[in-house]
Design a protein around this ligand. Structure first.
Ligand SMILES: [Cu+2]
Length: 137
């Protein structure tokens, strides 16, 4: 009888642990594999992702604003305007200057080159911080 009680108590402890994962909203990431909000990582020579261009009461933004990739890789970017005003994707080094109306998307292919970082921005809201960076390794 006592043995059964111990087993039951253990079960309760195990259940409490598996359902008790904290949302990790405070402190540094617990492991390097934990994704950092707003950062996307790609390891292939060619990759695709959706870049949200938006605005809200907090300001103007790109999500993700930081993209980690391999030097010499090519990014195919679907720029999705999730905001309420016209946005733009400008990448000077790749000769990209593309407008996107609210609710619309635009697709661009970007050879990223071999610089350590490739900045991008919305030419209408650059001064308001609507910028991002490709970090290349
Ligand atoms: Cu904008």
């Amino acid at each position: 009888m006592r043995k059964l009680f111990v087993a039951a108590a253990l079960l309760v402890v195990v259940a409490a642990c598996s359902s008790g994962e904290s949302p990790a909203l405070e402190g540094p990431p617990s492991s390097p594999a934990t994704p950092v909000p707003g950062v996307a990582s790609f390891h292939a020579a060619a990759f695709s992702f959706t870049l949200d261009a938006g605005n809200d009461t907090a300001g103007y933004y790109f999500t993700p604003a930081k993209i980690e990739a391999v030097k010499g890789s090519t990014a195919t970017i679907t720029v999705r305007n999730v905001g309420t005003v016209k946005h733009n994707l400008t990448i000077v080094s790749a000769h990209i200057d593309t407008d996107v109306d609210p609710g619309h998307t635009a697709k661009v292919t970007v050879p990223l080159g071999s610089a350590a970082s490739v900045p991008f921005y919305c030419k209408y809201h650059r001064a308001s911080g609507m910028t991002g960076t490709f970090s290349l390794k």
